[in-house]
Write a new protein. Structure first.
Length: 342
């Protein structure tokens, strides 16, 4: 199987964005707040948005199943308060659930959390549990910076986050560490803020001892780990100076990287530097980079081509990247597949 662990519902019907616009407008005029029940999207509209987009590309590129979460840049946790995020997360998660019901062999959900700057992350637990228990979701997206580029929350190693980690461990779900829209003009959302956050999350974990407290906690760092693989020597050296254990032992039982790196030399480096057991196939399709690379003639985000062309990966390593590691990191995904006879 080829499992893509990083897909967002970037192609949701326009009614979703229109509802969000009304919700944002109502922050200044609460009388205009839209009701959740006012958003009406039919199954046919969902099918249309998926079959002509993600599913068409999955068939074209040969991937079988996508772990599907709400559009990351739309999470925008910095907007409004907890109630704003709670209503928005509930709507977005339900749409991903409905897609997973319409295409149970091709999509399975990962939850957006109703995070809000300055609000205790424990407030996200009811939505997390609803998504796991009622929707069969297999993971969550955890935003280390709900302020949207101002980094007002404590680092991921702080006890601030522990209530969520306890629930993740209890339900055996990993978190993809994933920020949302930047509202800081210094950081372009997908070109800087995302990659900064990937790098920052890794360094926070390196500086702390989080996995001593949570030995089974798992983080998936997307976009190939930001700058991490490229600067692996720097990170190893910093860990050494901080008297931390070797990174293999300190972090690599708990931290994993995806393959959303959009050129061959990047994938060559990722797979040469990071142990194969820590790399999970992903494309983030249809996402931030939608064009065709004039150097190859193929879409930048057609990441399977790079894995296929990586000379130092043999059949067993490719199996781990495409399927084996995803089943290990997402145990609920493995159970759901087994229940389908896969
Ligand atoms: Zn993403």
């Amino acid at each position: 199987m080829i499992i893509d662990v990083h897909g967002h519902y970037t192609t949701a019907p326009a009614a979703l964005g229109a509802w969000r616009e009304l919700q944002i407008a109502s922050l200044k005029d609460p009388g205009r707040a839209p009701k959740v029940s006012e958003l009406k999207i039919s199954d046919d509209e969902l099918r249309e948005s998926i079959e002509t987009n993600q599913l068409a590309k999955m068939r074209e590129r040969g991937s079988d199943l996508t772990i599907f979460s709400p559009r990351a840049s739309f999470m925008a946790h910095h907007i409004g308060d907890f109630q704003t995020s709670a209503a928005w997360a509930a709507i977005c998660n339900e749409l991903c659930f409905r897609v997973s019901q319409l295409y149970p062999r091709h999509f399975i959900g990962a939850a957006m959390l109703p995070q809000s700057p300055g609000v205790d992350p424990a407030s996200c637990i009811p939505e997390l549990e609803r998504c796991v228990k009622d929707y069969g979701f297999v993971g969550i997206n955890l935003n280390p910076d709900p302020s949207g580029g101002h980094w007002t929350s404590p680092p991921l190693t702080d006890r601030h986050w522990y209530p969520l980690y306890e629930k993740m461990v209890e339900h055996d779900i990993p978190a993809m560490v994933h920020v949302s829209t930047s509202c800081n003009a210094c950081f372009h959302t997908t070109g800087a803020h995302y990659l900064n956050a990937d790098t920052t999350a890794f360094m926070q974990c390196l500086s702390g001892d989080l996995f001593k407290d949570f030995p089974t906690l798992k983080f998936l760092i997307p976009h190939g780990g930001g700058a991490v693989p490229y600067h692996w020597g720097r990170f190893r050296g910093l860990a050494q100076e901080m008297k931390k254990p070797l990174l293999d032992e300190h972090l690599l039982n708990n931290i994993f990287f995806d393959t959303c790196v959009y050129h061959q030399p990047g994938i060559d480096l990722l797979t040469a530097v990071i142990p194969v057991k820590n790399i999970l196939f992903a494309s983030e399709m249809i996402g931030a980079v939608r064009g065709i690379d004039p150097q190859t003639g193929y879409h930048y985000d057609d990441t399977r081509r790079y894995i296929e062309a990586t000379l130092h990966l043999g059949a067993e390593e490719r199996f781990l990247v495409y399927e084996g590691n995803a089943r290990r990191v997402f145990p609920r995904l493995d159970a759901a597949l087994k229940a389908q006879g896969r």
